[in-house]
Design a protein around this ligand. Sequence first.
Ligand code: ISL
Ligand code: CA
Length: 538
Amino acid sequence: MLEWWQERVVYQIYPRSFQDTNGDGIGDLQGIISRLDNLKDLGVGIIWLSPVYPSPNVDFGYDISDYQGIHPELGTMEDMDQLLAEAKKRDIRIVMDFVINHTSDQHPWFLQSQDRNSPYRDYYIWKSGRGRKPPNNWTGFFGGGTWEFHEQSGQYYLHLFAKNQPDLNYRNPRVLQEVKEIMRFWLRKGVAGFRCDVINILYKSSLADGRRALILTGSEHYLSQEGTHEILRTLRREVLDHYDCFTVGETVFVTPQTALDLMAPERKELDMIFSFAHMETDQYIVKWFKRKFHAGRFAKTISHWQNVLPWNANYFENHDQPRSVSRFGDDGVYWDKSAKLLCIMLLSLRGTPFIYQGQEIGMTNFDFTSMDQLADVESHNIYGIAKRLGFPPALRWRMIKATSRDNARTPLQWNSGPNAGFTTGRPWLGVNKNYEKINMEAQISDPTSIRSMYKKMIALRQTNDILKAGSFETLKISKDLFIYRRSLDGASLVILLNFSLTEKRAPWEGAVLLLSNYERQGYDGRLRPYEAVIVKEA
Ligand code: ISL
Ligand code: CA
């Protein structure tokens, strides 16, 4: 028996870029409400909302200054209640983004904690320096150091992300108390669970120097520590178990083993986890050093995780990643075919599928032409660091171009009107100029569009128990072919994917064609460029 969150398809909304309704150039909650019918039509059963809380927007909502409020840019708490009610009417459940490793430096807790004598001092990780040097040698997620000196109180505070995102101190039981209250607040409102931001780094076991590493020096002191496991079990027992909800943890640098520790049924710490391994197959060590995409390497990694975990959270895109069609497919000649191939693959893997806004119409990477068109703090930090390290301008540019998180954050392309129908004002981030070709309206009315393929695949998954619950078996992986089988109770489907620009032979005995991203009558054993087929085994 599957849980309801295993049967449904999740759609991630990045609210700023989804739909603006008041002309200020920023997407808002009313915009989401106005598009619920569109999501229902697609077949979405769960929405994951990227943060909608008040935030100074240094990291666009991932720096929260009030966990129980709504950002005025996005609307009011009444709008949020309305969104929950309207979604409920359509049988769509809503999951909140939950960012509790750090707060904004404008959160009242942090403002008060700047006073050494405040009871809030201990909500964060303050420490004296070593002479004029910071407390330890750790390096952070956005590049650079992790300690910021505070003149008035004469100490440093820890921030694993931007300096405006101070890390909370989970050795202080009061912090966990607050977290429980925040969770209950949202669960009582009827939210269906949480996407837990960088959840496997909460507890810092020690603040000693880390082993020097190319990235994240110090991470051995906070990655998947027992203290974090204990916190997750407490939250499960004391809060989550009392509501009908689920959690999906964003777990950085997880290995199959640390992932299993978090998901094991007897521990029940998280229901699902996002692993990054498949997203790292086109990079060297860090994402800024791009490596040519290799479908075989990608497929091998996905297969591995499919086989190791009892259940996966499958995704090819989110608000931190470049667009999948530009990255794993071909956003030129085979744009349509390769986007559909990725759709067929995503929806036919074992696990809960997560679709990121715009993915269903094959949106491509941002066509920005200069750094000042970018808003992302990470892109600017990394660009600055690369410059200081003496990287030549062309190399810096290529690094940012291929990896900037803003690639995924441009406004959703609704139609071919001004600003792609996203806003009547000036969009907060540029609209991709390809919106006249790539937009929702055009694709809704076209039964052969990428969006129609998503709709069809979601419906197929919804009515096909093999796709939903069947086991996964890898059949073939080569440089550009990926073939796997899903089976249940003696019946099976085989999914054949050709990631290349040339035709490939992949004969399959007794195959009865169920679906393809090309027009075809039956399966003749030949896969055209970027062709994806699903066949039944007789
Ligand atoms: O963006 C990344 C890789 O491209 C990651 O290093 C990312 O910073 C990491 O996965 C954590 O991401 C989450 O927490 C960050 C926030 O900036 C991201 O948007 C969020 O998804 C800090 O809250
Ligand atoms: Ca707005």
